[in-house]
Design a protein around this ligand. Sequence first.
Ligand code: NAD
Ligand code: ZN
Length: 348
Amino acid sequence: MGAGALRSVGSRLSALGSGRRTALVSDRSVMALYGPAVTESLRAAGFAVTEVLVPEGETAKTLAVAERCWDECLAAGLDRTSTLLALGGGAVGDLAGFVAATYMRGIPFVQLPTTLVAQVDAAIGGKVAIDHPRAKNLIGAFHQPRVVVVDPSVLLTLPEAEFRSGLAEVVKHGIVLDAAYFDDVALHVPEILSRDLPTLERIIAGSCRLKGRIVEADEREGGPRAALNYGHTVGHALEAATSFSKWLHGEAVSLGIVAAARIAEQLGLAAPDTGARQVKLLKAIGLPVAFSAPAPEVIVRAIASDKKARDGKVPFVLAPRIGEFRLVFDIPADLIAQVLGEIQRAAA
Ligand SMILES: NC(=O)c1ccc[n+]([C@@H]2O[C@H](COP(=O)([O-])OP(=O)(O)OC[C@H]3O[C@@H](n4cnc5c(N)ncnc54)[C@H](O)[C@@H]3O)[C@@H](O)[C@H]2O)c1
Ligand SMILES: [Zn+2]
């Protein structure tokens, strides 16, 4: 991790004793911006590089694109010792990771995340996937990257909305895992929003450490990894109920955090001020904390069809206080609808 870290990719791969052939997967815009630095670094270290271009954003996460990547890996002569590198946002990382997990039953893979979402979340933890026409991330695997190289300076070219959206995951990490980290973020919002590099480096490293710790303890999400779904139960439902067109992922998560905070309050689970501090920070960052549609019943129905539902019940992550989480099953649908209704009335 560090500004300029992308230029160290070649020497890091050498140190791992990787095979000489590599494929660098990216989309056209990111490849144009940061491909040359990575390619030069790899070639200088003696690696052969084949560039594989994929469509931008979610449209990369299809079986057809994966198939084309397998074809290009084969044509480039990649074998089991070769490395596939993902340069881009979470979409490129998820797709390239899926290709690496399946090509020849799995080849080494490196994450070079270029969005904030990818740097603090998607590139860490080994979840890789493509989408099914009926559900996101339905076809996938756990395939850990050999290395994750995080260069915060690439965030300077990221569009504002994408950057803020990534901060929702940063806030989430603080709320459920670490009160001191939450305070650090809350105290430095202006530096974060102006993308001051030393601040970004500290905040991103903090998130990577927190997520890394959870994933090491619970790689396959049988226990504490579920904490990372904070704000995501309602968030995913909002995205699904609006066909992923109304909010960026982090914006929907921000609203999901507001809902989870209120549910915890309604259940009498939250220490005083816990909810208010979450809403205050999300607001300061410029993330949405209120919305007016879709109707609560529509959202509750979308929650029931969540991929994480077990026997029709979705576990909710709640925060009893900043820095702590608790999994709660059996939250009545009526209570969820009531809280969503309150948020909507407050917005009106
Ligand atoms: N595997 C996981 O654990 C995990 C976690 C979170 C999200 N995800 C997945 O990540 C995806 C979302 O990722 P995302 O938010 O990074 O968005 P994204 O990958 O869709 O990228 C968004 C856009 O940003 C552009 N971009 C990327 N880096 C840039 C840069 N440095 N400068 C300018 N433009 C840049 C891309 O070209 C693209 O158009 C979703 O598919 C989601 O399912 C996966
Ligand atoms: Zn998320």
